[in-house]
Every structure is written in C-alpha cells, then in structure tokens.
Design a protein. Structure first.
Length: 331
C-alpha cells in the first residue's frame, strides 16, 4: 500500500516539537478560528526563513481541559411519522432474512495504539497501512482514528532517534550497488528486446549476498516508518478538518490542524531528503484553497533545499497549488 522509501541518508534525532492538543470528540470541538499567527523560529534550521511572514507553523496550545476521546457523536433523529398500513401475513419460518446484519464499524483504539507503540517496526507499518487504506478508500472510515492518542503515537514514530539503531554495513552498501548495476543491465536488455536470462550480469552474486543486500536494517525500518507516519498523519489531519467543516461549517486553519507543526518541522530540520520529501507530500495531501498563502510560502522556501529531489517535490507542490481549480490534480 505504502511504497518503500529510498535508502535513507544520515538520520538524526529530530528537534523536539510541542505536542498539539485538539478536541478528539466532534461534539465538543474547541478550535481557534482566528487569523493564524506565526511563531518565532528555532535555531539550527537547514535553511533559514528570510522574513517573519515565513516562519514555521505550530498549532496553538489549548490549555482548556480536553474531554476524553469518544466515538463520533450519534445524531438523534426524531422518529418518522409512519402511515398505518394493513397488517401483512408473516413470512414462513423458513424464509431467509433479506436484510444483512449490521456491520460493527467500531475501532479498537487501544489495539491501534499498542501496534503503533510496538518495537516491531513491521507491526507499526502494518497498522499505519491499515489506517491509510481506510482513509484513502472512504474518509468516513478514518474518523474513529482521529484521536489524540493515535496522533501522538504517530508523532513518536516520526521522532524516533534512528541514530541509536543499526544501519547498513559497508559490505551491504557495496552489495546493494552491485545488485543495482545488475538490475540496470537487465532493464537495458529488456528495452533492447533481449531475453534478460541471456544477459551477462556485471556481478556474479551468491544467493546469500543478494539476501544480505536486500536486508532492511532497523535504522532503515525506522526511517521508512517516519515516511509512513507522515502520510498517515496527513490522512488523519485531512479527515479531522473535513469533519469539523461538515459539522460546524468552519474551515480549520492550517495552524490548528493536529501535527501540522510536526510536519513543517520535519521539512525544515530532518537531514534525510526522503523525509523532507515525505513532509512536502503530506502538506500537499491536506492543501486546500484556504491554505494557499501559507503553503505557498512553505513550498517556495523548500525550493531552496540542497537536495534536488526535495526541490522537485516542492516545485510540483507549488505548481499544483497555483493550478486552476479545473486542472489541479487530486490530492
């Protein structure tokens, strides 16, 4: 569902970000609908923000005690007026029911949080994949996941200090280069209409060497999961904003979306270009006309990134933001 990222570059422990607070229950929404304000920058950015108008965005801290997470509110609808009709004969006892039983759509949040907290990176990834699939298929299915406990665990995954984890050895990196050269030789043969099985590969590798080359290290798993978490967070942020708009008619400012500040922080601070690119993709997923000014500043600054991939992602995002509505691609 979520594609594996490229081999990450040097990871670091991310700069601490203040936890966002938000109303986990839509029937007790407490959001700030004032004009977004910009906070002062923190030191150590990989690229500087030139003016005060382009500082990073962080959701305002809500000091009001928040209610406990609840299931989405059930709207009570008055019983309809039913016209009396003559009583019909009951169906024979052996007639099968025509109405299927109601499906249980509840989500075990405790289990979700446990999976996201599990030290097994694959369990984390599978849980994020489940949330992403539901959100992309039908946004309503992602609503039960929009809870503070889930968002905080996703932020924990993004904040993982991968420098303390084992990364690829020099032997693995060399073997990966050889595997890549072999793959390029096969691809070239296919483009030329040749039988790939007849191609003489540049490197003769044993099955054990190929397995070692393809083994994903814990550090790489952690970096991969950061990308997954950024996108999963984007899905939940979009769901949160859309639900608030449906229920109140108000558009949640970009600064008030839970974890929006974390995403921008990754774009500014993370030394791994794959993570910075994932942050741009996450912002692009939640973009809407009301966020155009804010996102335009962020994308424009990201165009000065030292990595070409990040620059290309920022340029594409800026173009999509400025494209006419009828031509703008779907997020």
């Amino acid at each position: 569902m979520i594609n594996s990222p490229q081999t990450p570059q040097t990871p670091v422990q991310n700069a601490p970000v203040q936890r966002p607070t938000f109303a986990p229950s839509y029937n007790a929404v407490q959001i700030n609908l004032d004009t977004p304000t910009l906070n002062a920058p923190q030191p150590g950015y990989y690229y500087d923000y030139p003016t005060a108008d382009t500082q990073p965005y962080y959701p305002p801290v809500n000091t009001t005690p928040q209610p406990q997470p609840q299931q989405p509110v059930d709207v009570k609808v008055p019983d309809p007026v039913v016209e009396q009709k003559p009583t019909e004969k009951p169906a024979p006892a052996d007639t099968p029911a025509t109405n299927p039983p109601a499906q249980d759509t509840s989500v075990d949040i405790d289990s979700v949080v446990a999976n996201l907290s599990d030290p097994d990176f694959d369990k984390q990834a599978l849980q994020m994949d489940e949330i992403a699939k539901k959100g992309l298929t039908n946004e309503a299915d992602a609503v039960p996941y929009v809870q503070e406990a889930v968002l905080n665990k996703l932020i924990d995954i993004i904040d993982t200090d991968s420098t303390k984890l084992d990364g690829p050895t020099e032997q693995q990196l060399q073997l990966r280069d050889k595997v890549a050269e072999n793959d390029m030789a096969v691809a070239k043969a296919q483009q030329e209409g040749k039988d790939p099985s007849t191609v003489k590969l540049p490197h003769q590798l044993t099955p054990e060497e190929v397995t070692l080359a393809n083994t994903v290290t814990p550090m790489e798993q952690a970096e991969r999961n950061k990308e997954y978490a950024l996108f999963t967070t984007a899905i939940l942020q979009k769901t949160y904003g859309d639900e608030i708009e449906k229920r109140t008619g108000n558009v949640v400012p970009l600064t008030d979306l839970p974890a929006a500040g974390q995403v921008v922080n990754e774009l500014k601070n993370n030394p791994n270009p794959a993570i910075r690119t994932a942050a741009i993709d996450s912002l692009r997923y939640i973009q809407r006309p009301e966020y155009k000014d804010d996102l335009s500043k962020i994308y424009t600054i990201a165009q000065s990134d030292a990595d070409d991939t990040v620059v290309a992602a920022a340029t594409d995002a800026l173009n999509s933001l400025n494209a006419p509505a009828e031509q703008a691609p779907n997020a």
